[in-house]
Design a protein around this ligand. Sequence first.
Ligand SMILES: *[C@@H]1O[C@H](CO)[C@@H](O)[C@H](O)[C@H]1NC(C)=O
Ligand SMILES: *[C@@H]1O[C@H](CO)[C@@H](O)[C@H](O)[C@H]1NC(C)=O
Ligand SMILES: *[C@@H]1O[C@H](CO)[C@@H](O)[C@H](O)[C@H]1NC(C)=O
Length: 236
Amino acid sequence: FLGFVVQSPSGPLVVPLGGSVVLPCSVDTLLPVEGLEVEWKRDSGTLVHLFQDGESRPESQHQDYYDRAHFFTEEIQHGNFSLLLNNVRAEDKGEYRCKVYSDQDSDENVVEIKYVERLIVSGSNHSISPYEGEDVTLSCSVDSHIPPEEIEEVSWKKIDKDGEILVLLFQYNEIRTESTPDQYKDRAEFFADEIPKANFSLRLKSVRNADKGVYMCLVFAGDFSANTTMEVKISK
Ligand SMILES: *[C@@H]1O[C@H](CO)[C@@H](O)[C@H](O)[C@H]1NC(C)=O
Ligand SMILES: *[C@@H]1O[C@H](CO)[C@@H](O)[C@H](O)[C@H]1NC(C)=O
Ligand SMILES: *[C@@H]1O[C@H](CO)[C@@H](O)[C@H](O)[C@H]1NC(C)=O
């Protein structure tokens, strides 16, 4: 008897619009390909993909997934029936059921695409602790499937108990240094060469004790906005 268990995925997925995602599905036991059937379905019942009689069956895929959802052909013999979904759309949000049948047994798991994000802004560390006088880089990059020309505004703000200070501004394809207040003049800058790559990291030179606080990189593109924050603590 070839009993098996479909491994549970680690949790819901967050995917950038237009990006790719692997929907995991694998079994704990190697199964003979003869008699094996793997069916990926949406919660609505839509057939996302099918593996049957030793091959994937793109002709049975729903048109919404045709050419976008693929098995990893080489992986199937290893009991890995994960699906690669490309060019993710907003409508792809929801649950996907991977059902595996062998001659003797069947099992399934459910994978959820929880959010399809329009705009993803990522930073790096949550906090850094430079010494006074050091130069630091605060990371901020916008997911690359957004064309840089669609990014209307990127602002770096410092937030502390006294409120918000605009540190650096990029607006309509220009770095607007005239908006930088005196305490950051000539100390805060973008990496101009990196902006076409949607990298809006901030270089802050010669940090001072007064620079400590939370820094937010806030991005607007179309109707969307997203941000990342980082705390700067000054080491003594
Ligand atoms: C299945 O294959 C995909 C693609 O190679 C890989 O990303 C994933 O980690 C594999 N899963 C397992 C459980 O090996
Ligand atoms: C952005 O540019 C800075 C400065 O060149 C670099 O340190 C950082 O790694 C870049 N970030 C990404 C995501 O490429
Ligand atoms: C920054 O992002 C967080 C989490 O996505 C959100 O809750 C918050 O409202 C955003 N802040 C601003 C000023 O947009």
